[in-house]
Design a binder for this molecule. Structure first.
Ligand code: EPZ
Length: 417
C-alpha cells in the first residue's frame, strides 16, 4: 500500500515551528569529514533520508559512523580504505558526487557513479570535471562511473562557465587536500558553501572568500579534526513562510538566519505579507489573499529555485497575474500540471510560467514528481477546498524533517495514511 498524504482545507496556520539543520549543508560536510585526521562530531544534522544515505556511503567505505542522537553524528574517517561508494547508495542522491572531491583531496583518486537526484533537468557535471582538470586531475567515464586520477594533483585556478553550487563545493573539497592555493572564479555564494568553508577552516584548510564570487583555498596535507554545528535550513524555513502565507496564517519560525531569506521575505512582502524579523526568528502574517507579483529564480542571494515551486502554489491563488521565470533548472514546472488538476490557471512556456490567480482551488488526487514539488502540492492542499491526496511522498522525506508533524502542530488538517 503506497503511503499518501491526505490534506483537508486548513484553518490559517498558527503557532511556532523550529527549523532543522540544512540538508544541502549536511550532505556536503559529511563527505568533507573524509579529509579530517580523526573523529568529527556534527550537530544539528537533519535526520533525512538523503543525509542518512550519505552517512551510509561513508560507512561502506570504512568510516565509523555513530548517531549520538537523532541530529548528532560522530564520523571517524580513519578507517576508510575503499575508494568506490556502492552504486545502489550513490545512485540515490546527487550529492554522492561530493565523494569525488573528498576522495581526490585525501587519496588523489576516486571512482564514483554518475549522479542521481531529482528529475528537474539534465544534471551535467561538466563544470565539476573542468574544476578537477584545473587541479591536474585526469578523468574518464566508463559504464556510468567517473574515474578520477589525481596522481600529480596540485593547486590551480578555475573559472566556472556558470554559477554552480555542486561544482564549487566539489572543487573546494579536492583543493583542500593539495598544497598550494586554488582560486575559484564565478563561484556560487550559497550559505551552505560558507558553512562548508567554516568546517574546512576548522580542520586546518585555509578558505577565504566563501560567500563571494571568488574563493581561495589553501590546502593542507596535515589536517586536523573538528566538531561543527550545521546552519539552519533556509529552504525548509522558506517553505514554512510560504505555507503560513498561503493559509493567511500567523506563524513564528525559529532557529533561522533571517539574512539567508532576504529575497523570500522581500517577495512575500511584495504580495502583501507582513514579515517581522528577529536575530534567529521570523514571524509571517499572511493576508486573506495575496497580490500577484513576478518572480525570477537566481543563484544566491537571488530568489532560490528550491522555493519556486512552493511559491508557485501560493501565487496560484493570488489576485492578478504573476510571471514566474525559472533561470536555474530546465524542468522545474512539473508540479504545474498537478496544480491545474486542482483548478489553478497556469500556462508554462519553457522557463516561464504565467499564473492567472484564482479565488479558489479544489482538492484532488495528485502525484509528486520531486522534493520541492511535494511541498508545493502540500501547500496547495492546505488552501484548497475539499480533500487533497498526494502520492510520491517519499520525496518529502528526502528533504524535510517531519514536515507533516510540524504542519500538524500549526493546525494543518494533514495526515500520512
Ligand atoms: C544544488 O544542486 C542543490 N542541491 C539544489 O537543491 C539547488 O536547487 C541547486 O544547488 C541550485 O541552488 C544540493 O545542494 C544537494 P547547481 P546542484 O550545480 O549543485 C547546471 C534541493 O531541492 N550545471 O548549482 O546540482 C545545472 O544543470 C536541490 O534541495 C551544469 O550545467 O545545482 C543547473 O541547471 C534541488 N554543469 C545549474 O547549473 C555542471 O557541471 C545549477 O546547478 C553543474 C551544474
Amino acid at each position: 500500500m503506497e503511503n499518501i498524504i491526505k490534506i483537508a482545507k486548513s484553518v490559517p496556520l498558527q503557532g511556532e515551528v523550529r527549523t532543522s539543520g540544512a540538508k544541502n549543508s549536511a550532505v556536503a560536510i559529511i563527505p568533507a569529514t573524509v579529509l579530517a585526521s580523526g573523529p568529527c562530531v556534527l550537530e544539528n544534522v537533519p535526520p533525512l533520508t538523503d543525509v542518512r544515505t550519505q552517512c551510509e556511503i561513508l560507512s561502506c567505505l570504512g568510516a565509523d559512523i555513530q548517531w549520538l542522537d537523532t541530529s548528532t553524528v560522530r564520523i571517524d574517517p580513519r578507517g576508510i580504505q575503499n575508494l568506490t561508494p556502492p552504486e545502489h547508495l550513490a545512485s540515490q542522491l546527487r550529492a554522492s558526487y561530493y565523494l569525488m572531491g573528498a576522495m581526490l583531496g585525501r587519496f588523489g583518486q576516486a571512482k564514483i557513479g554518475l549522479p542521481g537526484g531529482c528529475k528537474i533537468g539534465p544534471r551535467p557535471i561538466d563544470q565539476h570535471l573542468k574544476g578537477f582538470q584545473a587541479l591536474g586531475c585526469s578523468w574518464s567515464i566508463d559504464n556510468g562511473n567517473v574515474s578520477l586520477q589525481g596522481a600529480g594533483m596540485g593547486s590551480g585556478n578555475v573559472y566556472f562557465d556558470l554559477i554552480t553550487v555542486g561544482a564549487t563545493i566539489n572543487v573546494m573539497l579536492a583543493a583542500a587536500g593539495v598544497e598550494g592555493t586554488t582560486t575559484i572564479e564565478n563561484a556560487a555564494r550559497e550559505p551552505e558553501i560558507i558553512d562548508l568553508a567554516n568546517f574546512l577552516n576548522k580542520i586546518g584548510v585555509l578558505v577565504k572568500g566563501a560567500g563571494t564570487g571568488t574563493i581561495r583555498i589553501t590546502g593542507a596535507k596535515d589536517r586536523g579534526q573538528a566538531d561543527h554545528c550545521i546552519i539552519p535550513d533556509r529552504i525548509e524555513a522558506g517553505t514554512f513562510m510560504i505555507a503560513a502565507t498561503a493559509t493567511g496564517g500567523d506563524v513564528l519560525i525559529k532557529d533561522v538566519i533571517p539574512r539567508h531569506l532576504e529575497s523570500v521575505t522581500a517577495k512575500l512582502r511584495e504580495t502583501g505579507v507582513v514579515v517581522e524579523e528577529g536575530d534567529d526568528w521570523l514571524r509571517v502574517i499572511g493576508p486573506e489573499r495575496g497580490r500577484a507579483i513576478d518572480v525570477k529564480t537566481l543563484p544566491y542571494p537571488g530568489f532560490p529555485t528550491d522555493l519556486q515551486q512552493p511559491f508557485g502554489a501560493y501565487l496560484s491563488r493570488c489576485l492578478g497575474t504573476s510571471i514566474i521565470t525559472e533561470n536555474i533548472f530546465e524542468n522545474r514546472f512539473r508540479y504545474v500540471d498537478e496544480l491545474k488538476r486542482m483548478g489553478a490557471q497556469i500556462k508554462v512556456e519553457g522557463r516561464v510560467a504565467v499564473v492567472e490567480g484564482v479565488e479558489e482551488i479544489r482538492g484532488a488526487s495528485v502525484q509528486s514528481s520531486d522534493l520541492r514539488a511535494s511541498s508545493a502540492l502540500v501547500i496547495a492542499g492546505l488552501s484548497a477546498r475539499g480533500v487533497t491526496r498526494i502520492k510520491g511522498i517519499e520525496y518529502l522525506q528526502r528533504g524535510y524533517d517531519d514536515f507533516v508533524g510540524k504542519l500538524k502542530n500549526l493546525g494543518a488538517e494533514i495526515e500520512l495514511t
